[in-house]
Design a protein around this ligand. Sequence first.
Ligand SMILES: Cc1cc2nc3c(=O)[nH]c(=O)nc-3n(C[C@H](O)[C@H](O)[C@H](O)COP(=O)(O)OP(=O)(O)OC[C@H]3O[C@@H](n4cnc5c(N)ncnc54)[C@H](O)[C@@H]3O)c2cc1C
Length: 305
Amino acid sequence: MKSDPLFLEHLRLDLKQSTLSVRPPLSRLNTWKLGGTALALLNAECEADICSTIGKCHLNGVPWRVIGKGSNLLMPEFWPGILIRLGKKFRKFEIVDQDFSATFGAGIADATAALKLSHKGWSGLEFLIGIPGTIGGAICMNAGAHGSQTCDFLHSVDWIDEQGNWRRSNREELYFAYRSSPFSTSKKRVVLMAKFSLCSRSPEEIRKKMAKFHTFRIEKQPQKLPNCGSVFRNPPNGIAAELIEASGLKGKTFGCMQISKVHSNFMVNLGGATSDDALRLIEFVKDKIWIDHKIELNTEVHTLT
Ligand SMILES: Cc1cc2nc3c(=O)[nH]c(=O)nc-3n(C[C@H](O)[C@H](O)[C@H](O)COP(=O)(O)OP(=O)(O)OC[C@H]3O[C@@H](n4cnc5c(N)ncnc54)[C@H](O)[C@@H]3O)c2cc1C
């Protein structure tokens, strides 16, 4: 990797509309409130700046990664790369009456998208109401809840590929599976915006459905302590939370990171937890579940690599 000051200076000089923050505090960039710092954070305001940053990172061997709200990311104490966060330009949306479609910028919050559609009386993405991420993160993770997942309503995605080319792919061209997409397997692709196909329903019905989802979360998930949602993917034919509970791990604590007493697949930051606390607890759970149930748990939460 080239020496920091020059590399960052060259990066900054070529930016057209975006800004670069050096050594951003990572704990402000994820819902777990973990982590130290990264080399820099690009607040991206145009595609050209994303492409030029990615290109320079490739040339200099500097890692880069696009992030949303960090609601499914385990941040390290130091990350020697550039984080790309989509700014205002990527929070636009368009709702087209003729074909019941809606196009959302990848930086828009899931709940905002769900609310906009509910006002219109368009149904499909109600489940996004309780997911604290962005549309880009929802597509990458194929986020889902209450029996629906993001790919179910997807029409097409605009994205930047590994070589920095702009692409548009229809849903049929993209392979999605449980919490997985072509964007989560590569991690070197940037979702810019997505078009969804929806159906019409009364706004009242939609509101009721979203209120039900909201109540469910209040009853079943920790509300006050920082967390990143489900830490582990459900194994085939099993439920991670049930396995963890059966192993008596509810409330197990490493440092300041605890397996939630409310939901066993959530880990909560009791205040001042480190990334290392989270990693140690994750490894401990994996080992214990293997010993007790002979089942391998895989993490749903992504790490920066
Ligand atoms: C309280 C709570 C409840 C949750 N409930 C659910 C739930 O019910 N269902 C569910 O599926 N998840 C749930 N989650 C997890 C999380 O909110 C989702 O996975 C969400 O989709 C992540 O979005 P994000 O914008 O925060 O992405 P981040 O956490 O920032 O990133 C996650 C991954 O997506 C990639 N990514 C982000 N933006 C882009 C982009 N524009 N282009 C390409 N890749 C991108 C990142 O590189 C990273 O690999 C929950 C989390 C919390 C804290």
